[in-house]
Design a protein around this ligand. Structure first.
Ligand SMILES: Cc1cc2nc3c(=O)[nH]c(=O)nc-3n(C[C@H](O)[C@H](O)[C@H](O)COP(=O)(O)O)c2cc1C
Ligand code: SF4
Length: 652
């Protein structure tokens, strides 16, 4: 890959070293469990195709996901394993498939300890102490001293296997509340033997692993340690502890430190919004860089930083010497070609992560395989786009996410595509939903889709509203209806009053609201609209009929959204159903059938969307090929719209 002279990402693209390992640039793919392995934890073709695609994009170092070292340490149903010598063949295929693209490859070795369930491990859950993880809620059995020593050896055997499989380095998972972190942290380690006690004693397990690994593999095999700069839980490890730990790890022979933070229980604390670096769009990225910077001050080995870091931010971090390598996880899932695009100066072509946490970590925590909301190819890299057998004239009606994605994919395959959009903006619901500043991360996705369809030669006609007649007149070979959704209109008296508006119109600035606002519906749209209005100084109340606000938001993003609502003093009323809009507010019925009267100057409807299907119904039987994608099938989120569009784009 040729690099432009004076590239603005010069530092990111500069080679670096970890121990004696030469790495072609400073971009690292951090470990991310995909759940693509076989149920036995072996390497699958899907996993190889996926990682080869990442490596082909120009990343310097790939750290293969958390790989369990014993069956008892398994944390996910289809997690990759390195428990036996039988795993070496598949792992060596995986390592080769990454290395042949010029990337270096490490593997993260992992034991979940208490952060799993017996349903996943098939056996009892074990940990340093019998303290349950508040997320998994299973009381682990405390390991005996003998078992702890055995576990040290299990780590050593896993490293030996990784080396035999051809990995260039190994990363020990000492963070995120898994077993090594459980030994280090006072929250999870109450042992009275030599593996528990003060910080020095709690470090014994980690240090023994490092010493034994170095003994077994020699000083030259690079060892990375992933550590928490902060546990982000009450009484957990702090940066002061982390600094001491870092010094001891390096003295024991660790070649690089990968600084992150948080445990599973951190997710339950809405004030901590960057557990594992997985910041959502509601908070700025790069929240863990300060921790890496602090660690870097006390060690001489390279430090990797992580957590919502864009290439622009990464370049600045390197420029200021705050870290030595930049891990970009979700960003590389979304666009594996990111490093190559930086090198070629094609920055506007990078598809950006919107930090929704829906497709990747949200699905993983539901024990599903990882996908991505804005890249439908993630996990399906083996299914290459097939050029159109016979190029067709395709008409896409609607320029929202699903419509643009269908147009993009169909055009990529060689079809001649025209897109009609009735408004003056592309993006569909992304237009209004990206208005709040805290939703800025989704704007680049809208812009990327719009620029890609144009670059691919899609003829985009704005302000063009379709009718069955105009579609038939255009006589396309295939029609994709992507007419989206509109605000649901329920049978509630008073909706026609002048102080009632839809969330969509309010966000777009089409309707002004008064100082006291009731937002009807506390799902994603209602919550975000409420936060947006409250930020403008309005007194906002959400009225939600379910027992929970933001019930449709993934746990990894929900804390930050709830914090945003709380910080802006949004009142949240649940189990309350609107029965009438009055001249002075609303009447609402609670679970006990009591009627409450709530005062407001404006009532904003965010209680759901309804599919717009009329055109599709009219076109049935009148055009040679007819498809429907996105919200007009069923109102859903960005990920489903992207997948719909992609799928139809591949079959036309
Ligand atoms: C789907 C998914 C799986 C993850 N699995 C792991 C893992 O196996 N080991 C680990 O240490 N961190 C894991 N993480 C955390 C990432 O390594 C990284 O810290 C996080 O994604 C923040 O970086 P980013 O904002 O660049 O994505 C995972 C994150 C995601 C999204
Ligand atoms: S699912 Fe969302 S957060 Fe995850 S990688 Fe894709 S865009 Fe980023």
């Amino acid at each position: 890959m040729k690099t432009n002279m004076n590239n603005r990402f010069e530092r990111l693209l500069t080679p670096g070293t970890i121990g004696k390992l030469h790495i072609k640039n400073r971009i690292v793919m951090p470990p991310m469990v995909r759940n693509y392995a076989t149920p036995d934890g072996l390497v699958s073709k899907r996993l190889v195709d996926h990682y080869a695609t990442i490596a082909r994009g120009g990343v310097g170092l790939v750290i293969v996901e958390a790989t369990n070292i014993t069956p008892q340490g398994k944390g996910f149903y289809q997690q990759l394993g390195i428990c036996t010598d039988g795993s070496i063949t598949g792992l060596s295929f995986l390592a080769e498939s990454i290395k042949e693209w010029g990337a270096k490859v490490a593997i993260q070795i992992h034991h979940a300890g208490r952060q799993t369930t017996s349903s996943v491990t098939g056996t009892e859950v074990v940990a340093p102490s019998a303290i349950p993880c508040p997320v998994q809620m299973e009381v682990p059995r405390e390991l005996t001293t003998r078992e702890v020593a055995d576990l040290v050896e299990a780590h050593v055997r896993a490293v030996t296997r990784a080396r035999a499989a051809g990995f260039d380095a190994v990363e020990i998972h000492g963070a995120h509340g898994y077993i090594v972190n459980q030994f280090l942290s006072p929250v999870t380690n109450r042992r009275t033997d030599k593996y528990g006690g003060d910080l020095e004693e709690r470090m014994a397990f980690a240090l023994e692993i490092i010493e034994r690994v170095k003994e077994e593999t020699g000083a030259d095999f690079p060892l990375i340690f992933r550590m928490n700069g902060d546990d982000f839980v009450e009484d957990g490890l702090t940066i002061e502890d982390a600094r001491k730990i870092a010094e001891r790890l390096v003295a024991a022979g660790v070649d690089a430190l990968h600084v992150t933070g948080g445990m599973y229980e951190t997710i339950l604390n809405p004030r901590c919004t960057s557990a594992f670096g997985l910041s959502s769009m509601y908070v700025p990225g790069g929240a863990l860089v300060g921790l890496a910077e602090e660690i870097k001050k006390v060690v001489s080995v390279p430090v990797i930083t992580v957590g919502g870091i864009s290439p622009e931010m990464g370049e600045e971090i390197l420029r200021h010497g705050r870290a030595d390598f930049i891990a970009i996880g979700r960003g590389l899932l979304v666009d594996p070609q990111l490093p190559n695009k930086l090198a070629r100066g094609e920055v506007e072509d990078i598809r950006r992560c919107i930090r929704c946490n829906e497709g990747c970590i949200g699905r993983l925590f539901d024990q599903k395989e990882v996908r991505c909301a804005v890249n439908a190819e993630v996990g399906y890299e083996g299914d290459r786009l097939i050029p159109a057998h016979r190029p067709k004239r395709v008409l896409v009606i609607g320029g929202g996410v699903a419509g643009m994605e269908a147009a993009r994919v169909a055009a990529t395959r060689g079809h001649q595509v025209t897109l009609w959009e009735k408004s003056d903006q592309l993006g569909g619901h992304l237009v209004e939903s990206s208005v709040p500043e805290f939703k800025a991360d989704i704007r680049p996705y809208r812009d990327w889709l719009a620029s890609q369809v144009r670059k691919l030669g899609v003829q985009v006609e704005m302000g063009r509203e379709a009718t069955a007649g105009s579609v038939q007149e255009a006589s396309p070979d295939a029609v994709v209806v992507a007419t989206g959704s509109c605000c649901l209109m329920a049978e509630v008296a008073g909706l026609d009053k002048p102080h009632v508006a839809t969330a969509m119109d309010v966000l777009l600035g089409k309707t002004k609201v008064g100082d006291r606002v009731i937002v009807v519906g506390g799902g994603l749209i209602g919550s975000e609209t409420a936060a947006y209005l409250a930020q403008q100084g309005k007194k906002v109340t959400i009225v939600e009929m379910l027992p929970e606000i933001a019930a449709d938001v993934t746990l990894m993003s929900k804390g930050a959204l709830m914090t945003l609502l709380a910080e802006n003093q949004v009142e949240m009323l649940t189990d309350l159903k609107i029965s009438e809009v009055t001249d002075t507010g609303v009447l609402a019925v609670d679970k006990e059938h009591n009627i409450r009267s709530l005062e407001a100057d404006s009532v904003v409807l965010a209680w759901g969307l309804s599919p717009v299907t009329a055109l599709y119904e009219e076109l049935k039987g009148k055009v040679p090929e007819l498809y429907m994608v996105g919200d007009c099938v069923e109102p859903r989120k960005i990920g489903e719209a992207t997948r719909d569009g992609y799928r139809v784009g591949t079959v036309i």
